[in-house]
Design a protein around this ligand. Structure first.
Ligand SMILES: C[S@@+](CC[C@H](N)C(=O)[O-])C[C@H]1O[C@@H](n2cnc3c(N)ncnc32)[C@H](O)[C@@H]1O
Length: 324
């Protein structure tokens, strides 16, 4: 629990954060030890803490995917964040955010984790409904942007791999992943980790690219090779036929799978690929035009037979309340 005493602020790692962390290798608890976190085992692993207070769990234990993504996002972080700043991108994203929020519990979200958090978009969206939060990402560049953005909130960030989370078991009421699952190829292990850190009765929310429609699979096969901010070797959009059984196997029950984004999404949300799209920011009334297209997309996806034809999926999976 965050405590606002001067004593706590004089430490590098807040005690409440330490309570939520664990060694990703041994699974044991951690102690603050100078400029590092260490396990209670003699000669056990040590994890450096950066000058800004970021524990580095992914320096020694990182999956092959994680390693590629770390290099990729450390390289493109600036461009990625610039793309999120265009008015049409913001406007379309706001429509997707509203759809996500409509399926999130209106109550306090308690202790929340955001995995593959980047700049902490879920934390930004959920604002004060989170009691305390931990964001995990492999890219230090993205995490530094997140730290700056959320510095006045009870939210902390750690560098870690999504398939080897440095987070305690059964410690989180909710877990969010926005645009992270499709980067992780070892999805059985990812979902196992999410189930592990959720409390019984906890919920996993996600928003991800989805390619249930063959047209999107073909289009993305080309685009992911062309774009400098996408990486075709490590990015694979979700498909319901793959994800639903994997979630079930990990002990999570899929309770929502709704697709969003159609032609308007293609046009307004790909400024990294469609370079011409960046000039939309100079078009008068571009925000209103984007909102119109977002509504048109919703209408199109509401037509009979179209509900799985969207480019993004908003999903929800629950961990049963009774301990398994
Ligand atoms: C598309 S960005 C999404 C960022 C943020 N969630 C958002 O909505 O803007 C994907 C993020 O996943 C992170 N990532 C990719 N693979 C990862 C892994 N194996 N473990 C942890 N983070 C990973 C990347 O560093 C990047 O910040």
């Amino acid at each position: 629990m965050p405590v606002n005493s001067p004593l706590v602020h004089s430490r590098r790692i807040d005690p409440w954060l330490l309570e939520l962390l664990r060694c990703p290798i041994t699974g044991g608890g951690l102690l603050e030890d100078g400029n590092a976190l260490s396990t209670t085992i003699a000669n056990g692993p040590r994890y450096e803490i950066t000058a800004t207070g970021l524990p580095l769990f992914a320096q020694s234990s990182l999956s092959e995917d994680g390693l590629k993504q770390q290099a990729h996002y450390d390289r493109i972080a600036k461009d990625y964040l610039a793309n999120l700043g265009y008015p049409h991108t913001q406007e379309y994203m706001a429509a997707l955010d509203r759809s996500l929020l409509s399926c999130v519990s209106p109550n306090s979200l308690g202790t929340t984790a955001e995995i593959c958090c980047g700049r902490g978009e879920a934390f930004h969206l959920l604002q004060d409904r989170i009691q305390c939060g931990v964001g995990v990402d492999v890219s230090v560049s993205m995490l530094e942007a997140a730290q700056t953005e959320h510095q006045r909130r009870p939210i902390r960030f750690v560098q870690g791999d999504a398939t080897m989370l440095p987070l305690r078991s059964a410690a989180f009421d909710n877990v969010f992943m926005l645009g992270g699952i499709h980067h992780v190829s070892d999805r059985p292990r990812l979902f196992f980790e999410i189930e592990r850190i959720l409390k019984p009765g906890g919920t996993f929310y996600f928003r991800e690219p989805v390619s249930d429609l063959a047209l999107w699979r073909w289009m993305r096969a080309v685009i992911y090779r062309l774009s400098a901010t996408l990486d075709h070797e490590t990015e694979r959009p979700l498909r319901h036929c793959e994800v639903a059984p994997l979630l079930e196997n990990s002990g999570l029950r899929l309770t929502q799978w709704a697709t969003h984004g159609f032609l308007g999404f293609c046009l307004f949300m790909n400024s990294d690929v469609l370079i011409f799209n960046r000039s939309f920011r100079f078009v008068p009334g571009i925000r209103r035009i984007t909102r119109f297209f977002a509504k048109l997309d919703n209408w199109a996806l509401g037509l009979p037979g179209m509900h799985n034809a969207g480019l993004q999926v908003i999903g929800k999976a629950e961990k049963p309340a009774a301990a398994r």
